[in-house]
Design a protein around this ligand. Structure first.
Ligand code: THU
Length: 128
């Protein structure tokens, strides 16, 4: 399931910019309209400015006019599949609180998550 999305995330990993951690991550975001938006992590020498692969995809998709998403695949070279950080969970939830996540390692291990489980109560409303 979602093999095409994992393949797209795998390919996107090649363009990750991760000179500091040396941990390249690729992600591919599937819109409800069926389009796929890909990207990798973009690190910065000021480490806190680093953008994870998941957020790169969201920004690219938004720039192309897409705001509703079905699933995201994430690929990294780790012993176990990565789970998105809290910042990415919140950014993903802004658009698709019920997003399906598929995380895969280079050696083929996969794990699937629901964003609603990873972030059960996303921040809503700017005043409260
Ligand atoms: N990273 C991602 O891009 N996505 C994840 O889900 C996990 C971590 C990046 C951020 C940083 O550039 C590097 O991996 C090490 O944490």
């Amino acid at each position: 399931m979602y093999k095409h999305l994992i393949d797209a995330a795998h390919a996107a990993r090649a363009n990750a910019y991760a000179p500091y951690s040396k941990f390249s991550v690729g992600a591919a975001l599937l819109s409800k309209s069926g389009q796929i938006f890909c990207g990798g992590n973009v690190e910065n020498i000021s480490l806190g400015l680093t953008i994870c692969a998941e957020r790169t995809c969201v920004v690219i998709a938004l720039a192309k006019g897409q705001r509703e998403f079905e699933a995201i695949a994430i690929v990294s070279d780790s012993a176990i599949p990565v789970v998105p950080c809290g910042a990415c969970r919140q950014v993903l939830a802004e658009f698709s609180p019920n997003l399906h996540l598929i995380s895969a390692t280079l050696n083929g291990m996969t794990e699937e998550f629901e964003l609603g489980i990873l972030l059960p109560k996303p921040k809503q409303g700017i005043l409260a």
